[in-house]
Structures are given as C-alpha cells and as structure tokens.
Design a protein around this ligand. Sequence first.
Ligand code: HSE
Length: 313
Amino acid sequence: MMNTSAEAFAPATMANLGVGFDILGLALHEPGDIVRAEMCDQPGVQIVDIEGDGGQLTRDPQKNTAGIAAASTLELIGTSKGVRLTIRKNLPLASGLGSSSASAVAAAVAVNALFGSPLSDKQLLSPSLDGEAAVSGRHADNVAPCLFGGLTLVTGIDADHIRALPIPDSLYLALVTPDVAVPTAMARAVLPPTIPLKTMVLQTAYVAQLVDAIYRGDLATMAHAMEGDQVIEPARAHLMPLLFEMRQISHENGALGLVISGAGPTLCALCNNIETAEKVALAMRLRYDAADIPSVTRCTGISTTGARVLQVT
Ligand code: HSE
C-alpha cells in the first residue's frame, strides 16, 4: 500500500564545540524542526506552508533548505512522483543551533519515510547536505549529528568520514540565545584566510586535548580545551553581545566553560549537573535583560538519537 504522508523531527545541534571548527558537532534533545511530506502526482517539490519562521524563509522550493533536501532525496530514490512539504520551524533562525540543517534533515527523512524508507540514514547525508549548502556551505558538523545523533567527529562530507564519539555522562548544557541574528555566511566572512604556524600548533593541541578528554569523560578538561579556540572565537567575538562577560558569569555560577554555539550568537555553557545549568542560564538571561537584549534560555543535553520519523500514514 502506498503511503500518503510522513512526518519527521530533526533536532537542534551545536557545531564546533569551540575549538573544533567544522569538524565537531553534537545533537541536542530539543528543540527541533518538524517536516511533513505528502505524496503528490506532480513531480518535484512544493512548499505548502512554513510555520514559526515569521515569514522570513523563502517558500521557493529551489532555494529553501528543506525544499532542496527533499528534491535531492526524490532524485536519489528515483521516483517520478512529487511531494508537498509543510515545515514547522521550532528553531530560531541564524542563531547557531543548526536551524537550516534541522529543516534539511527533517525533509530528507520525511520524504524517505513517505516512500517506505528505501534509503539508509547514511544515504540521507548527501541530500541533507545539499539543503544545508544553500545556506551555510557544504560542511557536515551540524548535519551529521542532526541525522545520526550524539557527538560526531566529521572529517569529510561522506558517511565514511563521520565518527561517533563517546558521550560524556553528566554533561548539561545551558544555552542562551540573544535576539540578534548572525547569518552563518556573515560569521564565515569575518574569519581570517590564513593563520600563523604558532597559532595552528596551539589550535591543534586544543583539538587533540578535547578529543582525548571526550574519550576519558573528563568534563573539566573538555571545557578547558573548548575555550582554547585561538582562531574562530577571536574573529567572531564582536558579533556576540557580551561574550566575555557571559563567560565570566557562567564560571561564577559554576559552569565549567562557555563557547559560541556554531556560528553564534547562541552561547553554550557546559555544566556537570542540571541545577548548575539552570542557575547559569538564569544568570545569563538576567545579564542580557539588564542590557535590554531579549534572550531565550534552554537547558538540555546531548541526544543519542538524531532525526526520527514521527508518523507515516
Ligand atoms: N562550523 C560552522 C561555522 C557551523 O562555525 O561556521 C555553522 O554552519
């Protein structure tokens, strides 16, 4: 029997983990985007509706990340049928939480489920990246954890280059998203084209220290290594309101460290228990309140599962 509709959820993600620019990322429990795909006889992709984006995202399926991912998935499946998409955005746009990846991955997973899941999760990486590339460039540090879940090391853009790293116990994340948009393209444009050798050595040392600490489940060293970024954070700091003050506030309230989430402006404090994460989140929000910068806080953890099918009818 032919399916008529399928709905999929794809979670928010945090790319970079500070020092691991474009090569490390993790999936969060929530929030996430939901995409519903309905079968239609007309070939190609139509976007019926987008909820929760305040009218900011394009409804043109050839420019929308979910539309592009859906079209690539249809092509990979090799069907002449088409799909009608409804996108529910629960992620803030341009916030450093992997919003474009979540929509692209949810669309790829929903379209695949609609056709009876002929493609594996690994095969959905490429169409998801097609969607992500339209907005953020072709790098998988959001798409991979979004699709596969957990904490991922990404050394290339095909599934063979994605490794699942151990997920440290008792890691809680306090996230604060100030109400300023930082489009990824803008945040990438400010990066230096070259770096001195000494900086490269230091940066590499912190990345190695971070991966080793992840394997040992050593949260304090993880946070220290993540904060060691010599290249990306210095270049982007001016785009993140009160970054250094927020780092200090997070430490004063018990966090182990604080980094920019992805390309920002969301900031992420690492904590070793939920009470501390809640205390840190509140302290950061109060500081933004005092500066008249509206913000949203979230306390969450790493999700071992990535995108999932919610229902098929
Ligand atoms: N690694 C990317 C960046 C994540 O920091 O630019 C955002 O797409």
